[in-house]
Design a protein around this ligand. Structure first.
Ligand code: NAD
Length: 476
């Protein structure tokens, strides 16, 4: 069977199912339909039908529905977090944080819904103008598997509050929490068609969404290469795009830093979510005056991390997202070792033993003396491997920090304001933290420079990005 989307004829697939696998155990926990172009088209039609009456409601009315949805999510956060851990692998505590983060984002946009107003401009003798911020229409959103719930909220909350309807595509591996969250929002009173979820593969469902002529804007979070493809497809029909792509965040630890705090920051920054976070600490530069002590304490702390099934008590790090992610990380480490491009201080292999054999676990790994051409420095490392480099001065630290195609986040650990300012002004990153790494509050714009993306999520900027300015002139 064939259908036409965006001017091109594409073959549709027969109905099939995609298994959802627990990465800690390798067991199938559920299955979801493998969506085709037909489901995408149906979802866009449902969103188009729901749009006029949704857009006509006041922003405050839409916000109240999100408040109700957030309250239900909070009530059920324990069940949702268990589901998230089972499909994604992260420790239960991190899953609870993420589900609560989903509710926080809905509440933030619900609270600022009343700020969506237009402007009246008197133009003297020629009359007046009214400048309105209108919703765009049907928006498409595509999310990755590392933070399925939080990233869903970053997209749907500003879009819906601004009066748009949405078709959402969760990652192929992690659709379950998103489906449950969408049902909860429906239960909270979201009218049918306002939020639609289509499960399936990126190259089928994702591409069909990006090509679909009924979609006004695409918000995409994922890998940099996929982002380029999405941008290319979206530009054919002049769709607006927000692209949140990869990162290779540097963390610079200065000689006056509180070593204990910086070690804890590096461990959390790198090994949270098993290192699978876009703004994870991916390269660590430490002033040579404290480097030996820092590295000794870092390795000791990393060796003490409790790795296992995220549902077990006290676990600090879960498995990687799947066999593909684990094998990709191990291949990068092996290549570094085989080419003599660095030294492994701890870890450097998949974990073995009864607790680990059925899942996709990798040992938390610290490497040092890494050659700049090693893929551990030149590419995004989406897993629990941290390269540490000792640096003699700010100049070297900044030059190395900027030696990447990415520019998402960066942090500097110091009490010296001049060092902090220097790093902020010269390290090319969308977000720079001082004595902290990895905070993502909903009121602060989030996004990168260079190959890390285009546009911002969160804050009032994201709300504005889901509106179109239109002007009414009234003659005098
Ligand atoms: P991915 O690009 O493989 O997949 C992301 C989503 O895109 C999935 O839903 C996938 O099914 C879909 N997709 C795949 N091919 C597609 C195509 N041709 N057209 C349309 N959609 C397609 O990324 P991933 O492996 O799921 O996620 C990891 C990446 O996401 C990392 O690079 C990470 O840094 C990045 N990320 C960025 C942010 C951010 O906000 N900057 C946040 C989280 C993750």
């Amino acid at each position: 069977m064939k259908m036409r989307i965006g001017g091109e004829e594409i073959a549709g697939a027969d109905e099939r199912w995609i298994p959802v696998v627990n990465p800690a155990t390798g067991e199938e926990i559920d299955r979801v339909p493998e969506g085709t172009l037909y489901e995408v088209d149906d979802a866009v039609k449902a969103a188009e039908a729901a749009f006029p009456s949704w857009a006509k409601r006041s922003a405050r009315e839409r916000g109240i529905l999100l408040f109700r949805g957030a309250a239900l999510v909070r009530e059920r956060h324990e069940d949702l977090a268990r589901l998230l851990t089972m499909e994604q692998g992260k420790p239960l505590k991190e899953a609870v944080d993420e589900v609560r983060g989903f509710a926080n984002v809905l509440e933030y946009y619900a609270a600022i819904s009343g700020s969506l107003t237009g402007k009246y401009v008197p133009l003297g003798k020629s009359g007046d103008a009214v400048v309105a911020a209108e919703p765009l229409g049907v928006c498409g959103a595509i999310a990755p598997w590392n933070m399925p719930a939080l990233l869903m909220s970053w997209k749907l909350a500003p879009a819906l509050v601004a009066g748009n309807t949405m078709v959402f595509k969760p990652a192929t591996q992690t659709p379950l929490t998103s489906l449950h969250l969408a049902h909860i929002l429906e239960e909270a009173g979201l009218p049918p068609g306002v939020l639609n979820v289509v499960t399936g593969k990126g190259e089928v469902v994702g591409e069909a969404l990006v090509r679909h002529p009924g979609i006004e804007k695409i918000s995409f979070t994922g890998d940099a290469e996929t982002g380029l493809r999405v941008r290319e497809l979206a530009s054919a029909s002049l769709k607006q795009v927000t692209l949140e792509l990869g990162g290779s965040d540097p963390m610079i630890v200065w000689k006056d830093a509180d070593i204990g705090k910086a070690v804890a920051g590096a461990v959390r920054g790198r090994f949270y979510n098993a290192g699978q976070t876009c703004t994870a600490v991916k390269r660590l530069f430490v002033h040579q005056a404290i480097c030996d002590e820092f590295v000794r304490r870092l390795v000791a702390r990393v060796e003490a991390l409790k790795v296992g099934n995220g549902l077990s008590p006290g676990i600090e790090m879960g498995p990687l997202g799947g066999a593909l992610q684990r094998d990709r990380i191990h291949a990068m480490v092996e290549t570094m070792r085989n080419r003599g491009q660095g030294v492994i201080l701890t870890g450097g292999m998949p974990l073995k033993g009864p607790l680990y054999d059925a899942g996709y676990f990798y040992a938390p790994t610290i490497v040092t003396g890494v050659h700049p051409e090693s893929s551990l420095l030149s590419r995004e490392v989406f897993g629990p491997v941290l390269p540490v480099m000792c640096v003699p001065d700010v100049e070297t630290a900044i030059r190395n920090a900027n030696n990447t195609r990415f520019g998402l986040g960066a942090s500097v650990w110091t009490n010296d304001l001049s060092v902090a300012r220097e790093v902020f002004s010269r390290v090319r990153a969308g977000m720079v933290w001082v004595n902290y790494h990895l905070s993502l509050p909903p009121e602060i714009p989030f996004g990168g420079v260079k190959a890390s993306g285009i546009g911002r999520e969160n804050g009032t900027q994201a709300l504005a990005s889901y509106t179109r300015t239109r002007t009414l002139f009234i003659g005098g």
